[in-house]
Write a protein that binds this ligand. Structure first.
Ligand SMILES: Cc1cc2nc3c(=O)[nH]c(=O)nc-3n(C[C@H](O)[C@H](O)[C@H](O)COP(=O)(O)OP(=O)(O)OC[C@H]3O[C@@H](n4cnc5c(N)ncnc54)[C@H](O)[C@@H]3O)c2cc1C
Ligand SMILES: *[C@@H]1O[C@H](CO)[C@@H](O)[C@H](O)[C@H]1NC(C)=O
Ligand SMILES: *[C@@H]1O[C@H](CO)[C@@H](O)[C@H](O)[C@H]1NC(C)=O
Ligand SMILES: *[C@@H]1O[C@H](CO)[C@@H](O)[C@H](O)[C@H]1NC(C)=O
Ligand SMILES: *[C@@H]1O[C@H](CO)[C@@H](O)[C@H](O)[C@H]1NC(C)=O
Length: 412
């Protein structure tokens, strides 16, 4: 088959490697000039040289929130370094080594922006793209499409009362790069996910005062330093201060929203049949296959996961479907989604967490492997993830995979 892959981040490269393995002919379209997606740090924010939004959300001083052993492409273990929590540059190097090892670069068309994807009458796909360097418009036809554009680029910012009258600077973590401008300031960080906590620590090293406002329970393993003041949700902004739900008020200079991202696929024409409702991408069979047009797959939609291994199994799952190895009708796919949504609802899980897998990702990976009759992901990943989840991230920790079932952990 002729396959188009949109995006050359970790997910797109995984899709490329396995599609080639199964004998497909592939084109990868990447709007920037390099591979690695969000791991390609840039200090730029806003728009790029072509007027497109900057993709990467990385910031200075970022190290991984998962041990590198959980950030492994299939059959491609990290060679170096020894420690497990690695820098953004080290992740990018690893991604580059992967691309080299499997000779992937020759299939990637850089500076090619996919503008539109439209299903054609004969069950194929029309792609319209722009060569950003020459401004040429290109049209191509494919049998199948992998959407691998990440989910990290479109900031989600809650509408809080009074925010427009607030006089200090307000940014989203997508545009945060380093703490320089927060020297001696009082900074409010909203959101206690991994980026909120991480950025609060970085900012507190230069700020006069750092306040972290959060809605959900803080994970017990997060060790918040004493320099960070913890506050409940924001009730209201005033021009120079903020009032929290416990009625306390603090004067603040600047705000950083670490409130996550929205799924966004602006290039999909309405005929593709994909809609995003409150961060639920519908309708996808097992978070991957577009039920309306099942020759389109989305890689990397689930969150609170260990992305790299999940990308691998999702890609192989879809390739198996394309090979005709999963016999299922659209109606049956839809029934399963409805069943899944009903269960989520019974458990009281809000719609915007439809794609949250967390501790269920082990079950999920086994389910899609078995459905597609493909090799499972070794159980050691889930085991290690649970360990990291309960013991927390300690920078010096070294994890080593010793078999498909087991790992060892050394605390230094
Ligand atoms: C701050 C931060 C910290 C993170 N920390 C970790 C961590 O510690 N461990 C971990 O495993 N994961 C982490 N992640 C998750 C990370 O996103 C995944 O590891 C992984 O890199 C996602 O890969 P991807 O290929 O899905 O998306 P991306 O890396 O976002 O790649 C998508 C690619 O698609 C391209 N693209 C988008 N739209 C178009 C278009 N229309 N046409 C052409 N090209 C397009 C983009 O330019 C980009 O290159 C972190 C993410 C962020 C933002
Ligand atoms: C990141 O991307 C930019 C522009 O696409 C490129 O010039 C740069 O070399 C990349 N950085 C790394 C470390 O590869
Ligand atoms: C920040 O505060 C310290 C100590 O109060 C002071 O010495 C320093 O000059 C201040 N820096 C700026 C940039 O205002
Ligand atoms: C995207 O995935 C990450 C984890 O991989 C998650 O933290 C983030 O919330 C997800 N984005 C959305 C829109 O849910
Ligand atoms: C589909 O099944 C055939 C026959 O068992 C196998 O050779 C092929 O590799 C499978 N395809 C995928 C993508 O797993």
């Amino acid at each position: 088959m002729r396959i188009a892959i949109i995006g050359a981040g970790a997910a797109g490269l995984t899709a490329l490697r396995h599609s080639l393995d199964h004998g497909h002919s592939c084109d990868v379209f990447e709007k920037t000039g390099s591979i690695g997606g969000t791991w390609n740090y840039t200090d730029k924010t806003g728009k790029d040289e072509f007027g497109l939004p900057i993709h990467s959300s990385m910031y200075e001083g970022l190290s991984t929130n998962l041990p590198k052993e959980l950030m492994q492409f299939e059959d491609f273990p990290h060679k170096k370094p020894e420690h497990s929590y690695i820098s953004q540059t080290e992740v990018l190097n690893y991604i580059n080594e992967y691309a080299e090892a499997f000779n992937l670069l020759q299939f990637i068309k850089f500076y090619h922006h996919v503008e539109k994807v439209i299903p054609s009458n004969d069950k194929r796909w029309n792609l319209e793209l722009t060569d950003l360097k020459t401004r040429e418009n290109i049209k191509n036809e494919y049998d199948a499409v992998f959407v691998c554009v990440g989910n990290y680029s479109v900031p989600s910012v809650p509408k809080l009362e009074g925010i427009t009258s607030f006089q200090g600077s307000v940014i989203h973590s997508h545009d945060y790069r380093n703490p320089k401008s927060y020297k001696n300031k009082t900074v409010l960080i909203i959101g206690s996910g991994p980026s909120g906590i991480d950025i609060a620590k970085l900012v507190s090293s230069v700020a006069d005062k750092t306040i972290l406002s959060h809605r959900s329970e803080l994970h017990p393993s997060w060790k918040i330093s004493e320099e960070i003041a913890i506050k409940p949700e924001v009730r209201q902004f005033k021009p120079r201060s903020v009032i929290f739900h416990d009625a306390s008020e603090e004067e603040i200079d600047d705000v950083i929203f670490c409130t996550g991202y929205k799924y966004s696929y602006p290039f999909l024409s309405p005929e593709c049949g994909i809609e995003v409702e409150n961060n639920w991408v519908k309708y996808l069979y097992k978070h991957v296959i577009n039920i309306e047009h099942p020759t389109m797959a989305f890689i990397g939609v689930p969150f609170r996961i260990f992305p790299f291994p999940i990308f691998g199994i999702q890609v192989r799952f879809f390739l198996s479907y394309l090979d005709g190895n999963i016999s299922i009708t659209k109606e049956e796919m839809m029934e399963e989604v409805m069943e899944y949504m009903k269960r989520k609802q019974q458990l009281g899980i809000p719609l915007h967490q439809t794609h949250l897998l967390g501790l269920f990702q082990g079950e999920y990976m086994e389910d899609i492997a078995d459905t597609a009759k493909i090799k499972r992901v070794p159980p050691v990943y889930v085991k290690m993830y649970k360990h990291v989840h309960s013991s927390g991230r300690r920078k010096g920790d070294i994890y080593k995979i010793i078999s498909d079932d087991d790992f060892i952990q050394i605390t230094v």
